[in-house]
Design a protein. Structure first.
Length: 276
């Protein structure tokens, strides 16, 4: 039989991923299109006119429950893109470091609507842990443009042009509040990682979860945070299926002689545990 904290965390994961309900239609022009695409602008124009009459044009999502659980789609309504399998991994990592007394805070670099960090905070609350913080690191205005002089590996990356990926700090704070989980154990680091992570007020980490999609975002997080990860801590790579992200991880592991096994979480993400 599930204990009350297991029941709470289970419900939290299902709510954050919006998997208790079928996905409702999503207003046309909201996502999956670049900022200046003509189709997107036309759809938004039509919806502006229709909204005066209380109507809107919407598309019915074509993805399956399995694709949502696997975090393989950009969801319309969930508070995280990660999907249930990856949230299970986050829960397990939090439980493990708490059970083993691995010292340190938690961070996610690249939070979007904040759902994965909300889960971290919720699990700490359920376990009665009050001496660990959750760092919420994001520009809160989407991805950066590729910086060809620092990271030529990002050549051609166009994710900066999708404002679906830009969620404001105010919205993310509001999301934490809706779950009753915004307090002083949650610390926001606003700005691009290259600017915020070098001087972030973090001494020790027990979990670092990277979800910044690009070579630069992944490498900036590894370079600035991995040495703060305690032995026995977890390094989770959400975007391992993206070739540039895998490349950054492999380059970093090779340069630093990291040979702890990379374990799959689902078809997309991987993680490893730093040797104790
Ligand atoms: C795929 S989304 C993250 C999804 C999120 N982890 C979740 O559970 O739904 C990528 C996020 O990374 C942020 N991001 C990517 N690169 C960044 C960088 N270099 N600096 C700051 N934020 C960045 C974007 O603003 C966006 O919110």
């Amino acid at each position: 039989m599930q204990t009350p904290d297991e029941l709470y965390i289970d419900l939290l994961k299902k709510t954050l991923t919006f998997s208790l309900w079928p996905e409702p239609p999503v207003p046309l022009g909201i996502f999956g299109r670049r900022k200046h695409s003509t189709r997107r602008k036309m759809a938004q124009g039509i919806n502006r006119m229709l909204s005066a009459r209380g109507l809107l044009l919407a598309e019915v999502p074509a993805y399956s429950a399995e694709q949502r659980a696997g975090g393989e789609v950009w969801p319309g309504y969930a508070d995280t893109m990660a999907g249930l399998h990856r949230l299970n991994n986050v829960e397990q990592c939090v439980r493990q470091v708490v059970a083993d007394g691995v010292p340190g805070d938690f961070i996610e670099t690249g939070v979007w609507r904040g759902g994965t960090c909300i889960l971290m905070r919720g699990v700490l609350k359920a376990l009665g842990v009050s001496d660990r913080r959750v760092f919420v690191a994001d520009s809160f205005e989407g991805l950066p443009q590729p910086e060809m002089d620092r990271y030529p590996q990002d050549k051609g990356d166009a994710l900066y042009d999708y404002d679906f990926l830009a969620v404001s700090e105010e919205t993310v704070r509001g999301n934490f509040e809706r779950y009753g989980l915004l307090d002083d154990q949650v610390v926001f680091l606003k700005g691009f990682f290259a600017d915020t992570l070098p001087d972030a007020p973090i001494d020790q980490l027990a979990i670092m979860r990277l979800d910044g999609d690009m070579y630069s975002s992944t490498m900036d997080a590894l370079n600035n945070l991995y040495h703060k990860l305690s032995p026995g801590g977890f390094c989770i790579i959400d975007d391992y299926a993206l070739p540039v992200c895998a490349q950054a991880v492999e380059d970093f592991r090779k340069e630093h002689g990291i040979d702890e096994p990379l374990e799959p979480i689902d078809n997309f993400a991987k993680f490893w545990r730093k040797a104790a």
